[in-house]
Every structure is written in structure tokens, then in C-alpha cells.
Design a protein around this ligand. Structure first.
Ligand code: EPZ
Length: 421
């Protein structure tokens, strides 16, 4: 297994190009299952999670083949197997995003229950309730979800749950509704930019989706969908991660291929803690001169501060001049990074879904363990400024969601090497 060795270096400086969004590319690739004919999806990041989904789609008779230039060709070749087996799904729980497309196109879908992960139990009850509202029958058998529907019919669906909206639940129901008879309204839909991006691809395929990006999405069912070309939006979480990396090192980082309008909740918080964020042509410049001002942050559905940047922000606030409170409202257990940051000298007290971060003068490099994708990113950002060497094990977690993060960071002046353990 690979490890990262990070030496504390000076301020990051230079330009980084942000890759396509993992969380947009996944449901978009899965939606290719709905099409009669090929689709060309551009700006797909080369990540382990994308590879896992492409392998699953191959099992389902819909090969998603990467081309040299970052594009993926997706085409339905064989609809005889509609079983997304546990062995595939267990490697990436977002595989659940094939459920809605399979059900709508093939009238049957058998998808392994994704199970939990390091950040929480990851239920899919809202997905299933939404598909049942469209007329599907849902059974659970041997850990598999078996969904059937001779004919899906449009419906008015409330998709809100105890933690607000569901991103992949909205994606699944929206995909299924494109081929249902009649009109569907999804109330309390996820407003994330990844949902808007998916809707744009679906409409390019001939679907009739309106008001995506708002809490109330409307879909007029159509008879069939054809393939389409689509370019995936930039990854707002990767962009936010590099903004925080620039800030924690008191550096100056220029980000290219970034949609600042997708990051207003993050930019608002960064500016409040003293980080400068400015547009420069079609790029964004982020710089900071000193320690962050402490702040209280609550993670929320979009456009609020995203849970996927909570860990990274915690590493920045670990060096703030005072106490910060981080309230995790989306995944209350998403604090695996707290123990590892504490090993590096951070002073963090966890009380349920709240972490009290007392700023310290410095972090000290140590051997630490990555546990999940964004916790790993938090450890990397901390390692950039910790005194001495930080070694991070189980780097495969970070490869799931960041394209060659060490290469991009080295280009900004970071001292980070990937080694075989
Ligand atoms: C997506 O996961 C993202 N993943 C996650 O990013 C992100 O953290 C999450 O949205 C929230 O923004 C992808 O897009 C591939 P949810 P998703 O359904 O859709 C509860 C990363 O690091 N819930 O919006 O699975 C759930 O437990 C990943 O890139 C139910 O109760 O998340 C959570 O508390 C991690 N019932 C909340 O809703 C359901 O049926 C939000 O989950 C579904 C969800």
C-alpha cells in the first residue's frame, strides 16, 4: 500500500488546475444506462471511484471506456444483467446511483445495499421511498435491493429526510422519473451543483427536467432518451481543499477551472477567518498572511458549508487564534480525522456532533492513518505545515477522490512524496 511522506514546507505558491467533479461524474455516468445510443462525457476525473463505477457498469452491459483526453464513452451494449453485486458495490457505496437508471430503463434492478462507511451508516430509505412513489415494488433479499416496475408513473414526492435532502437519492429519483409516464415533482430535492449538472445531461439526452438546483424539481416523463455529449463541472470540493491548503500555509494559490459560484458558502467562511479569495480573470486567487481567526461552522446542504470540507477546515482551524466550534449536521459521526489531528498536536474536543477546536501555535508531524476520503485530505493539509515529517498510511482513501494530489501539491512547492509501504 502507498504512503505519503510530507515535510513541512514554506507557503504554497503557484497555479493548480481543478479536475472534473467526482460527485457529478458518478451519477452522470450511471445515467448513461438510460440512453439508447452512445454518450461522450468530458472532464471525467481519473479516480479510483470512477474506475469502480466503470467496472460495475461493464457488469451491467454498459461499458464506460476512458479515452486518452479524459473523456469517457458510455454505451448500452447488453441489458441482460441488471444485478449490481455486493462485491462491486461494497468497494464504493455511491454505486447506488445505478438503481434509478436501471429500474427506469429495464423495469428491474437488483442492487446490493451499500452498507455503511467511515463517515456514517449511509441509509438509502429515501431513495427507495421515492422509487416506490413512482410505482416500483421494492424487496430486500440477502442484502440486495430488488426493485421492479412494469410501468413507472409520475408522482409528487417529498424526498426530505432527518438530515435534509439527499444528493444521490435525488439523482436516483430524477433519473427514474425521466422515463415515467406523466409529471413528477420532487419536493425537498437536493440543490447541489452536481444535481444541476446531471439534469443538464439528462435534458441533452431528451429528458424534460426543470428547476434542478432548487428544492422543487419537475420532470415530464418521455418515452426514451438518446445518448448525448456532456462536460462535467469542476470539482468544488477539490477546489475548496486547495483553497484551504493555500490558506494553512499562508501561501498564494491560483486555481484554474473553478466555478466560484459553486463555492460561495465556503468562500464566505474563508473570508470571515481572514483568508483572501478573489477572482483573477477566469481564475481564483487565494492567499492568507497569518493564523486564521476562529469561527463557528455548521455543515449544511448546498449552498451551506459542505460536509465534504468539514475535515479540511478543521485542520485550518486547529491553528487559529482561539476556539472554533464545528457542528456536523449531515453526517454526525464524520470525525475520524479528530483522533489523527490530535496525534499531530491539535487540541480538539468532540461532544457528539460538535467538535470544539482550540487553536494551537503549531502542529507536529507524526505517523497518522487515513480513514476516509476527506479525513485523508485534512491530514495532508495539516502535514503541509506540521513541524517535521508526517507519514500518512492507507493513501488509497485519498486516491478515491483526488487526482494525483501529491503531484498537484508538489507543483505548488509542497514537500510530499508517495512511497510504497
Ligand atoms: C453525496 O453522498 C456525496 N457523494 C457525499 O460526498 C456528500 O458528503 C453527501 O452527498 C452530502 O453532501 C456523492 O455524491 C457520490 P446524502 P450521498 O444522501 O448522496 C441521510 C465525498 O466525500 N440519508 O445527501 O450518499 C444520510 O445518512 C462524499 O465525496 C438518509 O437518511 O449523501 C446523510 O445523513 C462523502 N436516507 C444525509 O441524508 C437516505 O435515503 C445526506 O446524505 C439517504 C441519505
Amino acid at each position: 500500500m502507498d504512503i505519503f511522506e510530507i515535510e513541512s514546507g514554506g507557503p504554497l505558491s503557484g497555479t493548480v488546475a481543478i479536475s472534473g467533479s467526482k460527485n457529478s461524474a458518478l451519477p452522470i455516468l450511471a445515467a448513461g444506462i438510460l440512453a439508447d445510443g452512445p454518450s461522450r462525457i468530458r472532464n471525467v476525473p481519473d479516480l479510483a471511484d470512477i474506475g469502480h463505477l466503470a467496472a460495475l457498469m461493464g457488469d451491467l452491459g454498459v461499458p464506460a471506456v476512458r479515452q486518452e483526453n479524459g473523456e469517457m464513452l458510455v454505451e448500452v451494449k447488453d441489458e441482460s444483467n441488471s444485478h449490481a453485486a455486493y462485491d462491486r458495490v461494497r468497494k464504493m457505496r455511491a454505486s447506488i446511483c445505478v438503481l434509478g437508471p436501471l429500474l427506469a430503463k429495464r423495469r428491474v434492478a437488483k442492487v446490493s445495499m451499500p452498507g455503511g462507511c467511515a463517515i456514517g451508516s449511509r441509509p438509502v430509505d429515501l431513495h427507495l421511498r421515492g422509487l416506490e412513489a413512482l410505482g416500483a415494488t421494492i424487496e430486500l433479499d440477502g442484502g440486495d435491493i430488488i426493485a421492479r416496475a412494469d410501468k413507472l408513473r409520475g408522482a409528487e414526492i417529498f424526498l426530505g429526510g432527518p438530515f435534509g435532502s439527499t444528493v444521490l437519492g435525488t439523482a436516483n429519483v430524477m433519473c427514474a422519473a425521466t422515463l415515467a409516464a406523466g409529471r413528477t415533482v420532487i419536493e425537498s430535492a437536493a440543490c447541489e451543483p452536481e444535481i444541476t449538472d446531471l439534469a443538464e445531461y439528462l435534458n441533452a439526452m431528451g429528458a424534460k427536467v426543470s428547476h434542478a438546483g432548487t428544492p422543487r424539481i419537475e420532470i415530464e416523463g418521455v418515452k426514451s432518451l438518446h445518448g448525448a455529449d456532456h462536460t462535467v463541472i469542476p470539482d468544488r470540493i477539490e477546489a475548496g481543499t486547495f483553497m484551504i491548503a493555500g490558506a494553512i500555509t499562508c501561501g498564494r494559490v491560483v486555481l484554474k477551472n473553478v466555478r466560484l459560484d459553486h463555492l460561495m458558502g465556503v468562500v464566505a467562511m474563508l473570508r470571515r477567518i481572514g483568508v483572501h479569495v478573489d477572482r483573477k480573470g477566469d481564475a481564483v486567487v487565494v492567499w492568507a498572511e497569518g493564523a486564521a481567526t476562529p469561527i463557528d461552522i455548521t455543515t449544511q446542504p448546498y449552498p451551506g458549508f459542505p460536509t465534504d470540507l468539514q475535515a479540511q477546515m478543521m485542520s485550518l482551524l486547529a491553528l487559529a487564534e482561539g476556539n472554533s466550534a464545528i457542528v456536523e449536521k449531515i453526517f454526525p459521526d464524520r470525525f475520524m480525522h479528530v483522533a489523527e489531528l490530535s496525534r499531530m498536536g491539535a487540541n480538539i474536543r468532540k461532544e457528539g456532533s460538535v467538535a470544539i477546536v482550540t487553536g494551537v501555535k503549531e502542529l507536529v508531524g507524526a505517523p497518522v492513518m487515513a480513514s476516509d476520503l476527506r479525513a485523508s485530505a485534512a491530514l495532508v493539509t495539516a502535514g503541509l505545515v506540521a513541524r517535521g515529517q508526517t507519514t500518512i498510511r492507507r493513501v488509497y482513501h485519498i486516491d478515491r477522490g483526488y487526482e494525483q494530489i501529491e503531484v498537484k501539491l508538489r507543483a505548488l512547492g509542497a514537500k510530499i512524496e508517495r512511497r510504497q509501504e
